[in-house]
Design a protein around this ligand. Structure first.
Ligand code: NAD
Ligand code: DAU
Length: 350
């Protein structure tokens, strides 16, 4: 049976990728490796945990010996690498865990793949999942294309850029079969409520302030997480060896207009008078080094591999709100403990 390692499968995007692969490919064994940091939550995968082609392994990609032994034991045919520290604000507070996981962890996986595939790398694939933040920040016009020069500006994006470079170096130097994708902002079910959309849904439900950084004029390009998972499936199976693909929704919103739309949907869903949630908006000090605008051109992926996003943002956002409202227990479970401490530090003392 073919075996694929998915790292970070208990996180937001990873759990959607694991679910898709486990259900769509019953003849492929999916091994989900995750350290279960604050962002990893096995509740995300309750519906697939008993499938015969699924296995969970708890482990840290920073532990090189452990990774090597795991690869020797399983002899993976493919790797889809999502495990990462992923929140920009946390990278500003504590860059070192980003350097460890995002750079050292990625190199450990590359070394292990290089070793087990050294005699036969045919039909093997190391797929590194990255972000559009590696390209830096755009002005009012233009888009990120695959050839855009890297210009990362936060410890998070710099750590992801560094890992992208190292993945490409292993391809050029050691012929490791790799593919990379750089995606824009994802939204959808199971996103940890430190990121804009789930944080604001949770705060509206609990009548807490909505902390808008700076003037709220920064622009992000939003993509529904299941569309990202489908793109990953397409790129993993059809992407060209050594290539990079940009993934995005052609769906740009300023933060403040997105927040207004979200408030409107929440008022409707919670049977509150229209305009109620907007009153919670509170402008706070801007994020240090806050990138102004991201926008992805995904023409290459659409033309060469035939992928396209399936949902309009308004529909996807409403679907996302419905999920959070129906999964109050999930939200309560993740907003306790460690997260609460971070919340105090990030917002209450701001
Ligand atoms: P997430 O923070 O929700 O999940 C990360 C997962 O990685 C968690 O399950 C965590 O436990 C695990 N992990 C962290 N450190 C680990 C370690 N040392 N060893 C093993 N597992 C570890 O992240 P996400 O938002 O799902 O992002 C997944 C990937 O996609 C990341 O590589 C991120 O850079 C990239 N990405 C995210 C977005 C987005 O909008 N969220 C957009 C583009 C790219
Ligand atoms: O572009 C892809 C990236 O998108 C991914 O690589 C990252 O992993 C992911 O976290 C995301 O990064 P952002 O920094 O864009 O996402 P975040 O949800 O943190 O913030 C979105 C925008 O909202 C950003 O301009 C900052 C702003 N913001 C965020 C928070 C959490 C606020 O105004 N207030 C907030 O409380």
């Amino acid at each position: 049976m073919k075996k694929i390692l998915i790292t970070g499968g208990a996180g937001f995007i990873g759990s959607h990728v694991v679910r898709l692969f486990v259900n769509k490919y019953p003849n492929i064994k999916i091994v989900n490796l995750d350290a279960l940091t604050y962002a990893g939550n096995l509740e995300n995968l309750r519906d697939v945990e008993n499938q015969p082609n699924y296995q969970f392994v708890k482990g840290d990609i920073v532990d090189g010996d452990f990774i090597l032994n795991l690869f020797k034991e399983h002899q993976f045919d493919g790797v889809i690498h999502l495990a990462a520290e992923s929140h920009v604000d946390r990278s500003i507070e504590n860059p070192m865990s980003f350097i460890q996981t995002n750079i050292v962890g990625t190199v450990n996986l590359l070394n292990a793949a290089k070793l087990i595939w050294k005699d036969n790398s045919e039909n093997k694939r190391f797929y590194h999942i990255s972000t559009d933040e590696v390209y830096g920040s755009l002005g009012d016009t233009g888009f990120f294309v695959e050839e855009t020069s890297y210009d990362p500006r936060s410890p998070y994006s710099a750590s992801k850029a560094s890992s992208d470079h190292i993945v490409r170096a292993y391809h050029h130097t050691f012929d490791l079969p790799i593919v990379i994708s750089n995606c824009s902002n994802n939204y959808g079910a199971n996103q940890f409520p430190e990121k804009l959309i789930p944080l604001f849904i949770n705060n509206i439900c609990t009548n807490k302030p909505l902390p808008v950084y700076g003037k709220g004029e920064n622009v992000r390009d939003w993509l529904f997480v299941e569309d990202h998972a489908n793109a990953i499936d397409v790129i993993f199976h059809k992407g060209k060896n050594g290539d990079t693909y940009n993934i995005g929704g052609h769906n740009e919103w300023t933060n403040i207009s997105l927040i207004h739309l979200l408030c409107k949907i929440m008022d409707k869903k919670l049977n509150r008078p229209e305009g109620e949630s907007v009153k919670l908006i509170s402008y706070v000090k801007d994020r240090a080094g806050h990138d102004m605008r991201y926008a992805i051109d995904s023409t290459k992926l659409q033309n060469e591999l035939g992928w396209k996003p399936s949902l309009q943002f308004e529909e996807g956002l409403e679907k996302t709100v419905d999920w959070y409202l129906a999964n109050e227990k999930w939200l309560n479970n993740v907003t306790s403990g460690e997260y609460q401490k971070f919340y105090e530090q990030q917002y209450v003392n701001r």
